[in-house]
Design a binder for this molecule. Structure first.
Ligand code: ATP
Length: 335
């Protein structure tokens, strides 16, 4: 039987297990054997592998994390690593490798393809949604749902005290999680990398906006969603600055890795199942060097290189709507 390899690499994302399950079940359906490498590329270099059967993935789709473990493996960038990986794959008689991960993992897959002639298929597994060629990545929906849930909870306490909160969300260098969670939770403001380029945040502008919202709406809570890497020192430093420079009580909240845990949303489970099965179908079609994606409801194969050299923009409609929501104008008082 044809043997295929699979690994999960880079930051873990909710739904990776669901994707893995789909790969194993589809492979069994088509009479292929699956070998999983544990700890991403690290396991590929160390020959740390296990066979995976349907029974091993029977009840994993409802859990985040990854049962075959993930890791970052800096030495994989070296040529000798790719050569060693190729040798290991050939020695195991593996003819195709499925890589579940983000853009770094796909760069690694591309690097491997310079030394290995087997088929390589990527499955987009990252909470950041920062891969070109697919409308959503596996884990993004869950991260947004978790951030929204946390922002709702922050709102309760913020409202009780009429307080300003700065909530830092993940996203690497993309604002997808920030935009969706801010919108879904009715935040007063969001700071996203894509918007920072034109108009970088200043503390003075932030204070001005807080005061404007208060003037139009009256006293109350003000919740700001801050994408990571958008302020030196993050939410903690920014809220300290607000307090110190403007005497404005402010509380920071870092959601951090909470955004990667708990049960994956239905959308992530379904997306992961579709893309996992599609990855196996692409192998059967003889494809290589592509990522499976879902674009406007259609399963597509995107060249791996495109996934990190091109960029999905933020949704223009959502940005426009947010801009209108964020900029209240005081109505002239009627007498
Ligand atoms: P996420 O963005 O969700 O954290 P990711 O896949 O982008 O996921 P990275 O840590 O960037 O996570 O990459 C995962 C692994 O891919 C790296 O640890 C490394 O082993 C490999 N990798 C990344 N970039 C390259 C590269 N240029 N060449 C070879 N291998 C790479």
């Amino acid at each position: 039987a044809q043997r295929i390899g699979v690994l999960t690499s880079g930051g873990d994302a909710p739904g990776m297990n669901a994707a893995l399950r789909a790969v194993v079940l589809a492979a069994e359906h088509y009479g292929m054997d699956v070998i999983a490498f544990r700890h991403g590329y690290e396991g590929l270099l160390n020959n740390e592998h296990i066979p995976l059967h349907a029974a091993d993935v029977a009840h994993v789709l409802q859990y985040s994390g990854t049962i075959i473990k993930s890791a970052r493996c800096p030495r994989f960038k070296e040529d000798d690593s790719a050569k060693l990986a190729a040798d290991n794959l050939n020695n195991l008689n593996i003819s195709a490798l499925i890589v579940i991960g983000g853009d770094g993992s796909f760069r690694g897959a591309h690097h491997l393809s310079n030394y290995w002639s087997g088929q390589i298929i990527g499955v987009p597994g990252t909470i950041d949604n920062d891969l070109f060629g697919t409308d959503a990545t596996i884990g993004y929906s869950t991260a947004v749902a978790i951030a929204m849930d946390a922002l709702d909870k922050i709102r309760d306490t913020a409202d009780a005290m009429d307080r300003v909160f700065i909530v830092e969300v993940m996203g690497r260098h993309a604002g997808f999680i920030g935009l969706k969670s801010a919108m879904a939770s009715g935040a007063e403001r969001m700071i996203l990398p894509e918007l920072q380029k034109d108009k970088p945040l200043t503390v003075a502008a932030l204070v001005k906006h807080i005061k404007r919202v208060e003037a139009v709406r009256g006293p109350g809570s003000y919740v700001m969603v801050l994408s990571e890497h958008q302020w030196p020192g993050g939410a903690v430093a920014l809220s300290e600055q607000l307090e110190a420079e403007y005497d404005m009580p402010c509380r920071p909240c870092l959601l951090g890795h909470i955004q990667r845990g708990g049960p994956p949303t239905a959308s992530d489970r379904v997306l992961a199942s579709e893309l996992g099965v599609h990855a196996v179908e692409l192998i059967l079609k003889g494809e290589t060097g592509v990522m499976t994606g879902l674009k406007a409801g259609q399963l597509v194969a995107v060249p791996l290189i495109d996934t990190w050299t091109k960029k999905n923009p933020l949704d223009e409609n959502l940005l426009r709507i947010q801009h209108e929501i964020f900029n209240p104008v005081k109505k002239p008082s009627r007498s």
